[in-house]
Structure formats: structure tokens, C-alpha cells
Design a protein. Structure first.
Length: 165
């Protein structure tokens, strides 16, 4: 499905992406780089949801909130999220988006996770310390493009698909 993104940040450049890759110690998957160059964050024009490949603790889907960006975005900033979460998330994953409830869409950047998209919520963790190392992820898609293609329009309370106005 082709989605329309609104409220993207100012355009990013290959140089800014390369600087970010240096910071995280890995190159980004090409599909995701193209997305950053085209949109640099933002949110879907319509409310979108996605399903997990396998349920985790009775969760089988979530809503997409914001894609994170490179640059000066105060709230959904890739670099800031990396700095905050690098010691708590596995080092082969990167937060790239969120849902409205504060959970995360995560992109694998190294090893067998590279290019795959996951979902993580603190509700998945059975620990008392909210900054305990994360380890329970729901696989959403085998690639970033598969993730984008899996997004579906949310239905309103009457069961009707949302429409653009």
C-alpha cells in the first residue's frame, strides 16, 4: 500500500545519513535510507495499523504513530532515541517509529536481524525496572518495504475505512 506522509522534517542528505551511520556503527538498509531521503520522518496522513507475524502476549497488531527523523525534531529524533536507548536495546536494532501509546517500531541493523522490522512495547517486559534491557520483540516484516506495504487504514467506530478529506 502506498501511504501519504505528512509533517515530515526538512529534507535530509546522504551526508547526514552517513554521519548518523557513523554514530550508530552500522549502515542503514537501503530501503530505509531511501525513505529518510524522501520523507525524513513524519506521520501517515490517515491512521494506519500493522499486524505482527506472530502474536506476543496477546498482542497481534498495533497502530503507527510517527516515523522518526534526522535533524532537529525535538520529539521523534533518530539520533536522540539512539542515545537514550542504546544501552537498553540490543545493539543490533534501531528505533525508527512509535505508536501513539509510546511503544516502538524497530529496524534491525546488524546480523540476522538486519533489515527486519520489529515492534516492542515495555508491556512485553516482565521486569520492575523500566530501563531493563529489552529482549521481547514481535516480528512485523522481513524488510522495511514489506513493513510499509503491510500498513492498512484503520477503521472508524462504525467499521468503515477512514477516508482522506
Amino acid at each position: 500500500m502506498s501511504i501519504k506522509i505528512k509533517e515530515s522534517q526538512s529534507n535530509t542528505t546522504i551526508k547526514e545519513i552517513e554521519e548518523f551511520e557513523f554514530l550508530i556503527g552500522s549502515t542503514l538498509p537501503d530501503e530505509y535510507k531511501k525513505f529518510l531521503l524522501k520523507h525524513n520522518g513524519g506521520r501517515p496522513k490517515l491512521n494506519m495499523s500493522f499486524k505482527f507475524k506472530e502474536p506476543v502476549q496477546n498482542w497481534d497488531q498495533s497502530m503507527l504513530g510517527w516515523f522518526y527523523s534526522l535533524g532537529d525534531d525535538e520529539y521523534c529524533n533518530l539520533e536522540e532515541e539512539f542515545k537514550v536507548w542504546r544501552d537498553y536495546l540490543l545493539n543490533d536494532m534501531l528505533i525508527i517509529a512509535n505508536n501513539p501509546g509510546g511503544a516502538f517500531v524497530i529496524l534491525g541493523i546488524l546480523g540476522d536481524k538486519r533489515g527486519k522490522v520489529y515492534f516492542w512495547s515495555q508491556d512485553f517486559e516482565d521486569v520492575d525496572d523500566e530501563y531493563e534491557i529489552c529482549h521481547t520483540f514481535a516480528l512485523v516484516a522481513d524488510s522495511f518495504n514489506d513493513f510499509l506495504n503491510s500498513l492498512s487504514k484503520m477503521k472508524d467506530e462504525d467499521g468503515q475505512q477512514e477516508r482522506e478529506v
